[in-house]
Every structure is written in C-alpha cells, then in structure tokens.
Write a protein that binds this ligand. Structure first.
Ligand code: ADP
Length: 739
C-alpha cells in the first residue's frame, strides 16, 4: 500500500541545510499528491501532538532555503526515550493518519526512529488495549515507514561522504582560521583553535587542511608518541625558523592522547607556552559552527536528499528495512539505517577502547588520505632527499581564467614534489610565461600562505600558444631540463596542452609527461564532475542572490541574474537550485520566444496573485539574441504597472574571492594525485599526456588523445554533463515562485 500521508521532523543537533531538505520534502510530496505534515520540535512534538503536528502547504516552506538552523524546530526529547513517550507519539501519528516519517537528524535520532518502528505493532496493540485507538485504526496503520536523512555538522555518519551541515560548518571554520591567520601572522603569534567533533575529527582535519594550519589533534588518530607536546612544539619552532609568521593548532573537541586522556585546548596552550616561551591564544569556535546561512553545497545536498527521501518513502513496502539517504561519489545512495548507525557508533567505541587503527579504518579512504596529505603540508621543511633516489624537475603553471583554488593546488603540488626530493619549478603567467622563460625554482616556503588565497600568484592568462610560441616553449623546456609539466587550469589550458601534444612530432621537447588539473569556475571540463573553483563561484552567486532578494523590499520586482559559465549551464542550474530561482536559462536547453511568452504569463499570473519577488537566472551565453538586456526590456514592457524588472550581471565577482573549503580540499587531493602520476611516468620513462578529475565515482586520468572525443568543441563543454537531470528537481520545487 502506498503511503498517503507522511510527516517530516528534524531532531537532535540542528544543521545548516535542514531547511532545504524540509522544503524539498514538503514540495515534492505535494507534487506527488501526498498530504505532508511537519512535526515541530522533533520527537518532543511527536509525543506532545496537538498543534505540534501541522499540515504543510506549498507556501509554508517559502523563504526558508537560505536560512540556517531548522524552521520546524528541533529538540532533545527525554520522553521519546521512554516507551510511554513513544506510545503517545504513535497515537498522535495514527490520529493524524500518518504512516510514514522522514527523520532528519544524527545517529541518536535515527536510532530512536528505528526503535520506534520496531515497536510499532506492539505500541499500537497497547493503544487498542487501552482503548486509545480502535482496532480498525490499528489495522489501517499496520506498519510505519521510515526514511532517514543525516543532518549533522560533524560529518560523522558511516557510509556517506557528506552529511547535511558539514560543508557550512567548514565554511565557518575556514573563515575563522583565515581571520586568525592574518592577525597571528602580524604579531607572529601562536593560536589554538578548538572545533566541534566529539568522536569525529572531520571538521578539525579538513579545517586544518583548508586553512593551512600547522598542527591538528583529532580523536581517531592521537599523536603516536607520549611526548607529543615536545614534537608539536619542535615542529612549530622549526616552522618559524623556516619563515612562517604564524602558528595555528586545530584541536577537535574529542582530541585525546594515545592513552585515551582528553586533550583540551588549554592543555595545548600550556604545553606550547612552556616550550615556546611565548603567549599562546585560544579561540573556541563553539556554536558559530552551527550558525549562519547554509553554503551552496548544503542547500543542494539538502534539496537532493529531500527529493530522494520522498521518492523512497513512496515506494517503501511494509517489510522493507528503513534506509538512510547518503551521498557517495556525488550520487545519492540508500544505506541500511540500523547497520549504518551501528557502524557509526563503532567508531566512538573504537576510540573509547583506544583501538585507533580500527577507528581510522572505519572512516572513508578520503579521510585517511587527507590526514596523510596534511602531514606533508604541515612540515616545516621537506623530508631530506634519499640518497640514490632519482629526482626530476617538475614544472607547475596556471593557465586559463583565474579560478579560486589554483594557489591551493599549486602549493600542494609544489610541496608534494619537494617532499619527495624533486626540484619544483614555478612558471609565471601561463604558457606565455613558459615561452618567455619566466620560470623559477621554488622552495618550501615560497608557497607559504597560498592555501587560502584567491586568484593566481603564479599568474595565469588565456593565451593558447601558436606558431613560434611552440618553438620558444620547447627551447625553455630543454634549456631548463624540465622533466614533467603540471598544468592547473581551465578550457584554454587543456587546449594548449592538447596543441603541445599535437606538435610533438616537430618538437621533441614536448615528449615529457604532462597532466591537466581541472581548475575553472565554469565546471565545463571533460573527465571531471567538479573543477576547482566552481564551488567557490557557486557560493559567490548564492551570496549575491541572497542579498539581491533582500533588496526587493516592498516593491514587486523581478530580477534577471546573469551568471558566468560560457556555454556551460552548471553555475546557472546549481545556482538556481541553491537560491530557489523559478526559472533558469541555459545554452544546453536554448531559449525560444515561446519560452519567454510562457515566462511573461507565469510572472504576470504570479504577481497578480500577490507575489512580490521574481527570480530568473540566466547563463551568460544562454542565447545570443535573447540577451539579459532583451529579456529585462521584454518583461518590463509586458509587466506594465504590475511589476518592474532589474538586471543583475554578477560578472567577475564569481572568479574572485578566497577559495571555498571544498575547493581547497579538492585542490589538495587532485594536486597530490597529479604529482604522483607525473613522478610515476618519469620513473617509468613514459610521457603520457592526460587530464584528470573525479568522474563516475572514481578519480580518472584520461589520455589527452580522448579530449576531442569527450567534448562538444563548438560549445566548449563536455559532451556528457552529469548535473543536467538535476535541473528538473529544481524546476519542480520553484514552479510556483522563487525560494
Ligand atoms: P543526534 O540525532 O543529533 O545524534 P541525540 O543523540 O541527542 O542527537 O538524539 C536526539 C533525540 O533522538 C533524543 O533526544 C531522543 O529523543 C531520540 N533518541 C536518541 N536515541 C534514542 C534511543 N536510543 N531511543 C529512543 N529515542 C532516542
């Protein structure tokens, strides 16, 4: 029997992006013809019933996408921990005819949900016995379907790459660490920053990686020596000696030493003050990490998980085990609820039992990879060169339009190379700089501070080499004995490397291994679902649109927001989903006069019915004739006195700004893999030219020979774009107006 009435609740700790999930759940349920209820104040509301359980309509979730926290409230309910409390909750659900619930919360909330479901028949039987419900009602509600979503800033749930709220918490941490870094560097100070995570070091680890911190203490992997305070202090001292002006130590809430003894921020402070002989400051980030507007990623994650949850509960059969919706390698997945909860709790148990090996093995492979990466990054100096080991001269350049995260990737690549004993060469100003011989050997400290910087310190431009450039480039490569080339950049960078490959017959100097690392805000590169910079640009769009929306005030106004992307609609589509735009125009779908006529009708009807704000997002190359100015003029004329229209061309603010945590983390990961690949090619005497990225669930290096086959050259975008289908979900959610 299909579920006809479902309810959603948020429970446990709040997390940014829960509102996006609630909005999606309510609207998708309505779209599917289901009655949908919200249970306010978590399980406590379920126990109390009455007006804590309210039917929702389309507008009850309007204007919440951009809000932090959860508008339907959350609570920790002692009553629900008792059987009597759960019996009351069961009666309240049956009274409302609800036979499916979507629970958004952490592992505690999901455990509660599982117990509730297991007890369902016995609870309802008791209710019949007590005369609280009829036997008929019990039969009609013989089972309870449950789907879970994980709302948790800690990112501590087993089986999913991300939980709702973790990305935003990382934004808060990164902003704080960036701010602390500048003051710490001014005074050459040492700071201890405490972040959340009782049993999970995700926020501390990724915060340290993204913020370029110097030391990190996480619960899963305590320092492996007893005198860790000495080792830490020595490392910080060595860093200062090497030229670092600031020292930042990040401590997770649950940090401990290898005997299980708690390490608090003041323990670290004391240890450092004694050993460094200077004042050490503490910043406890606390609830700031839970606060603020959700990031673009969390809005879209909440939306997509909410969509998936409704589709899942609709098709759930009484005998099905409850599932949790997760995300793995950028795709929604279903996880068995209780098994995943138990695995999640197993990490806490392993930490309590001081079985750190097990704790680490229960985390994802990217977690331990990030931990190893961080260990290299925080070194004061590279490992000494092993004698007899072959070493290579590896050059790094940035090319194409600037993308936030290029510096992070360059820094990581340079340090990985140096740490393995290779000579790293920085090329300034892209391929033009390569032709001009603008190259320099770089050392460990040359890249200090680059982790958090937007733009490109090396310098980048869009020039694709032609004719005599090749000759010059070949000469510089030969003269400087360059053994391998890492090119961090966007479309024109790929074209340039492709052109070098094509002219290898004439220029033997190009017979060296080369890799393109995807870095472009447009996210239009083949072989890569995410290019470095796109997440930052998306967040810039979301920030700008949030402000634009607020500026509408009391007027009836429609905004046409133009975003970048060249011919690729990624930023428009995902920006539209994250801001709740009611219409997204992009080149992939084209724009026709008929569409515009329909949109005029939609806007007119909407404003006549009382709406105050219209939001349309247009990719810059959606249509060459129906430009942003044209659309605005058309809508303005047709809107008569009903509404006015304003363009907002976001322009280069999308290319600027400090890289987002996601872009920084990806930049580190990609850079490591690229340098590894180049070293391997060199050591095997090979000279493959490739471009890399995460695609279809794995990191892949594609042969540059495949470039032309994988692209739509006319529109400068990949032939296949994974995100295109997601646009339908965004359309469904915003069809009756923005947000
Ligand atoms: P989180 O969901 O964020 O892990 P908690 O562990 O505090 O947060 O759980 C939130 C709520 O879920 C609790 O206040 C309680 O109402 C319910 N809950 C948690 N564990 C159980 C349990 N074992 N049995 C019944 N209810 C539970």
């Amino acid at each position: 029997m299909a579920t006809k009435r479902i309810a959603v609740l948020t429970s446990g700790g709040d997390a940014q992006g829960m509102n996006a999930a609630v909005r999606a759940i309510v609207r998708i349920a309505l779209e599917r013809g289901i009655e949908i209820y919200a249970i306010f104040e978590g399980y406590q509301g379920m126990v109390e019933g009455g007006d804590r359980i309210r039917q929702m309509d389309w507008n009850s979730v309007g204007g919440i996408l951009q809000l932090g926290g959860t508008v339907i409230g959350t609570a920790r309910s002692m009553e629900f921990m008792t059987r009597v409390g759960r019996r009351k909750a069961a009666r309240n659900l049956i009274e409302h005819g609800i036979d499916g619930i979507i629970v958004i919360g952490g592992d505690g909330s999901l455990t509660g949900a599982n117990i509730f479901r297991q007890e369902w028949s016995s609870l309802t039987a008791e209710l019949v016995e007590n005369g609280e419900i009829s036997a008929e009602a019990m039969q009609q509600h013989a089972s309870l379907s449950i789907v879970g979503l994980i709302g948790s800033i800690d990112n501590d749930f087993n089986g999913t790459d991300m939980t709702i709220g973790a990305d935003t918490a990382l934004h808060r941490i990164t902003e704080a660490v960036d701010s602390i870094t500048s003051t710490a560097a001014s005074h050459q100070r040492t700071f201890v920053v405490k972040v959340m995570g009782r049993n999970c070091g995700y926020l501390a680890l990724m915060g340290a990686l993204a913020g370029g911190a110097d030391w990190v203490l996480i619960p899963e992997s305590p320092p492996d020596v007893d005198n860790w305070e000495d080792v830490m202090a020595e490392r910080l001292k060595a860093g200062r000696k090497a030229g670092r002006r600031d020292s930042i130590v990040i401590v997770a809430e649950g940090a401990q030493d290898r005997h299980g003894k708690y390490i608090g921020s003041s323990d670290v402070q004391k240890a450092l003050e004694e050993r460094l002989g200077e004042e050490v400051r503490i910043t406890v980030l606390g609830h700031i990490q839970r606060g603020g507007r959700p990031s673009a990623f969390d809005r879209n994650l909440g939306t997509l998980m909410g969509y998936e949850a409704v589709e899942t509960i609709l098709h759930a059969r009484p005998e099905d085990e409850p599932v949790v919706i997760g995300i793995k390698n950028n795709r929604m997945i279903h996880l068995p609820l209780m098994e995943s909860v138990l695995k999640t709790q197993a990490v806490a148990k392993a930490i309590a039992a001081r079985d750190y090996k097990l704790a680490m093995s229960l985390r994802s492979s990217s977690f331990s990879q990030a931990f190893n990466t961080l260990r290299t990054m925080i070194r004061a100096l590279p490992h000494p060169v092993e004698e007899g080991r072959k070493h290579y001269r590896i050059a790094v350049l940035n090319a194409g339009a600037p993308a936030p995260g290029m510096n992070t990737a360059s820094r990581a690549a340079i340090r990985f190379g140096l740490d393995q004993g290779h000579t790293m060469i920085g090329i300034s100003n892209g391929f033009e700089g390569l032709a001009d011989g603008q190259i320099e050997e770089v050392n460990w400290m040359s890249v200090s501070g680059w982790a958090s910087m937007g733009g490109s310190v090396l310098g980048t431009n869009r020039k694709v080499p032609t004719g005599k450039d090749f000759y010059e480039m070949a000469r510089v490569i030969e003269d400087n004995h360059i053994d391998a080339l890492l090119c961090i950049g966007g479309w024109t960078a790929y074209e340039a490397v492709h052109a070098m490959m094509a002219s290898r017959a004439n220029f033997p100097a190009f017979n060296i291994p080369m890799v393109c690392l995807p870095a472009s805000i447009n996210n239009n590169l083949p072989g890569s679902e995410f290019s470095i910079g796109a997440d930052t640009a998306l967040n810039s769009i979301v920030d700008a649109v949030d402000k634009i929306k607020m500026s509408a005030g009391a007027t009836r106004r429609c905004f046409v927001v133009e975003v970048m992307g060249h011919h690729c609609g990624y930023l428009a589509a995902m920006g539209g989903m994250a801001t709740g735009a009611e219409r997204v125009y992009m080149n992939e779908e084209g724009v026709s006069l008929k569409d515009l006529q329909q949109d005029v009708d939609m806007l007119t009807k909407g404003f006549q019915a009382g709406k105050r704000l219209g939001l349309l997002i247009r990719n810059e190359y959606a249509n060459p004739i129906y430009s942003t100015a044209f659309m605005c003029a058309l809508f303005e004329e047709e809107g008569h006195d009903l509404f006015d229209v304003r363009p907002a061309i976001l322009g280069h603010l999308q290319q600027g700004g400090d890289p987002s945590p996601f872009d920084r983390i990806q930049a580190n990961r990609f850079a490591y893999l690229c340098v590894e690949a180049l070293i391997q090619e060199c050591s095997q005497g090979k000279n493959r030219i490739s471009f890399m990225g995460m695609q279809d669930g794995k990191i892949q290096f594609h042969d540059m020979q495949d470039f032309e086959r994988m692209i739509d050259a006319e529109h400068m975008r990949p032939r296949e774009q994974w995100w295109l289908d997601l646009k339908n979900i965004a359309n469904m959610l915003a069809q009756h107006g923005p947000s």
